[in-house]
Design a binder for this molecule. Structure first.
Ligand SMILES: [Zn+2]
Length: 661
């Protein structure tokens, strides 16, 4: 219970500090329950003493009633647009223009990522958030103050009393975007075409409660009106971050054109792996006094430019929609597209997820659509451009029979399944999966070869793979002696693989890599003989998974036994002697940068030595090992004082543990 105003103020400061650690630093200081408990106490005190409420109290983020319409707010200084450049040549041209105007070439440039979200202008006065407005036409925006207050990474109060405009981008993370769309799809609502639209749509809600439910983040990228006296932009931004705002994961000061280009290439390479969408990087003249020298065109400042990444979203036409049967029998509609180049890759197919989605979005053959490609994800149709319709577009019917085996399908509304276990599509795809990288990893056994082996009657089941001979293969088109030999060798080398790879390769529904590892750690190769109830003891195993294993084993017991005989998977050994000598025993380890071996392989070695390998740095991390071009984890480790060690040191320590790569 909070007794008096002094205790109340202390509690509010504590909550603010914890929220900052959680949302801005991504490094929680206390468990959620502790935060929630204090939050409730603060709320109770405020209810009893409404005259004493601190406007920066976290409770003040929510509770504003829905608005009838958006009021207009005039920005104190104009929010400019930015000039875009798309190539090295254009970037060079821009630099030369700057050098010429300034009459010097010894300039430095401050470079930050360009987040793909919705711009927001925050005005602080006397240390309090006074208003928040969208960009609008650059002069006047819409008042979204109550919505902005619900975004935890926007401080309600700052430790600076002067009048200041802080500008930045409101973004939604890619995974939260996917979840949001999934939820909307399940509720039969329209989905957002991309994270930018989702962020903008979430910010422009008349009811702040809706904004509060969307997980939005705010990244500052600039300052409008201010009376700060800094010589360099990068110093001014450091000041802004120090007020409690999020820092971009990467920022740099470059002097030479080559440095800018190199940074651009790094950004381009990293962007797919980042949790938020970037559409370029922003290059700004660092010396603030030069901004006035360079001046402005009608539309944008001459001292900054957006160096855009190649687009990952393009418009194209759907030529056809074909059903595809996966290894579990689920029939997925696939759009065949007029080929289009997206970010350096020719895209000809895109997933449409399921037939319910086609109906909801009213996607038709012949439609113009927006296709998005992001990282290794399968390209996706995100939007239908109905304004291009000519009337000749054709609707797609739900399949009544399996397009491959002709058997009637099971239509469950959202999902349509072929239930025929010997359906060629299911068999072929389960063999492809069996041989894939995350399973038994058999190089040379891809889609084309598996199809060929199946069609020629050589492989009807994964067990047949191990009966193949060089002579069999040499009868196939395209198989000379060397190629046949290599494939046989690759198949045979699967013997003695890790137990979890084998379990994963079986393709049991709901059992992926993580679950397979847990199964093998607990039961080794006897996993299929244990009482199904035993699986409930494993972390994260629920009824769906247990039932799935039980049913799979009932049907396939003989097959599993036979395969274990052939493959003889190695059980994970808890070699106590090894762990005793290992400097990694019980340690939490994080990796960053490029290393001599693939990340997955290193992870395996470290885990074998008793380490727990995680993806993010926190105070609990014991070591961070870095290779070349380390990412933001490096900086974070530095800040938290976590031991940072070069890759070579890791190999030495592994050697100590008796593990040689
Ligand atoms: Zn079928």
């Amino acid at each position: 219970m909070i007794k008096d105003y002094k205790e109340y103020k202390e509690a509010v400061e504590k909550l603010k500090r914890w929220a900052y650690a959680y949302y801005v630093l991504d490094n929680p200081e206390v468990p959620d329950e502790v935060y929630d408990k204090l939050y409730k106490e603060v709320e109770e005190y405020e209810k009893a003493h409404p005259d004493q409420i601190d406007p920066t109290s976290p409770t003040q983020r929510i509770g504003a009633p829905p608005a009838k319409e958006f009021k207009k707010i005039r920005h104190l200084t104009k929010m400019w647009s930015m000039e875009d450049v798309f190539s090295e040549a254009e970037m060079k041209e821009w630099l030369n223009r700057v050098y010429k105007t300034v009459g010097r070439t010894d300039l430095q440039f401050y470079i930050e990522p360009k987040f793909d979200g919705a711009s927001l202008n925050l005005i602080y006065e006397n240390g309090l958030l006074k208003s928040a407005a969208t960009r609008g036409d650059g002069e006047v925006g819409e008042d979204v103050t109550n919505n902005a207050k619900t975004i935890p990474s926007i401080p309600l109060g700052i430790d600076y009393k002067g009048l200041i405009e802080i500008r930045g981008e409101v973004v939604i993370r890619k995974d939260d975007f996917e979840k949001l769309n999934q939820e909307r799809m399940e509720k039969g609502q329209s989905t957002f075409a991309n994270p930018r639209n989702a962020a903008a749509g979430s910010l422009r809600q008349l009811d702040p409660k809706i904004t509060a439910r969307r997980k939005l983040y705010f990244y500052p990228w600039g300052v409008g009106y201010n009376t700060l006296e800094y010589k360099y932009l990068h110093e001014m931004m450091e000041f802004v971050y120090s007020l409690g705002f999020m820092k971009p994961f990467k920022r740099a000061i470059c002097e030479k054109e080559e440095e800018i280009q190199q940074l651009y290439e790094e950004f381009t390479k990293e962007r797919d792996k980042l949790p938020v969408m970037l559409d370029g990087m922003v290059v700004k003249v660092d010396e603030i006094a030069l901004h006035e020298v360079l001046g402005y065109t009608v539309k944008y400042p001459r001292w900054m430019v957006a160096y855009k990444f190649p687009a990952i979203e393009k418009m194209t036409r759907i030529i056809d929609i074909v059903p595809q049967v996966g290894r579990t029998g689920i029939i997925t509609p696939v759009a065949i597209l007029e080929p289009v180049e997206i970010g350096g890759v020719i895209v000809e197919r895109a997933t449409l997820h399921n037939y319910a989605e086609i109906e909801r979005k009213d996607i038709r053959i012949g439609d113009m659509v927006i296709v998005i490609r992001s990282g290794d994800v399968i390209p996706e149709v995100t939007k239908v451009l109905t304004q291009y319709r000519t009337g000749k577009e054709k609707k797609v019917e739900r399949p009544k029979v399996c397009p491959v085996c002709g058997q009637p399908v099971l239509d469950e509304g959202l999902l349509i399944k072929c239930q025929n276990l010997s359906c060629p599509a299911r068999v072929v795809n389960s063999i492809i999966y069996f041989a894939s990288k995350q399973c038994l990893d058999i190089p040379g056994l891809g889609e084309a070869t598996v199809k060929l082996l199946y069609e020629k009657g050589l492989v009807k089941d994964v067990r047949d793979l191990f009966k193949l001979t060089k002579e069999d293969l040499m009868k196939l088109p395209g198989f000379a002696e060397k190629k046949a030999e290599n494939l046989i060798k690759a198949i045979q080398s699967v013997k003695g693989t890790e137990c979890w790879r084998f379990v994963n390769a079986l393709g049991i529904e709901h059992i992926g890599e993580v679950a397979s590892k847990k199964i093998c750690e607990a039961f080794g190769n006897n996993w299929y003989k244990v009482d199904p109830e035993e699986f409930y003891k494993l972390e994260g195993f629920g009824p769906e998974m247990v039932r799935s294993i039980k049913e799979f084993v009932e049907v396939n017991k003989d097959k599993i036994e036979e395969l274990i005989q052939i493959i003889q998977p190695i059980e994970p050994k808890q070699d106590e002697e090894l762990l005793e000598n290992s400097p990694f025993a019980g340690k939490t380890v994080v990796l960053t940068g490029e290393m001599r071996l693939p990340r997955e392989k290193i992870k395996e070695l470290l885990e074998h030595a008793g380490a727990h390998v995680t993806n993010s740095v926190s105070k609990k991390t014991d070591f961070v090992f870095y290779g070349e071009h380390p990412g933001s984890k490096y900086e974070k480790a530095q800040k938290l004082g976590v031991p940072l060690l070069p890759e070579e040191k890791m190999w030495e320590m592994l050697k100590e543990a008796g593990i040689e790569a």
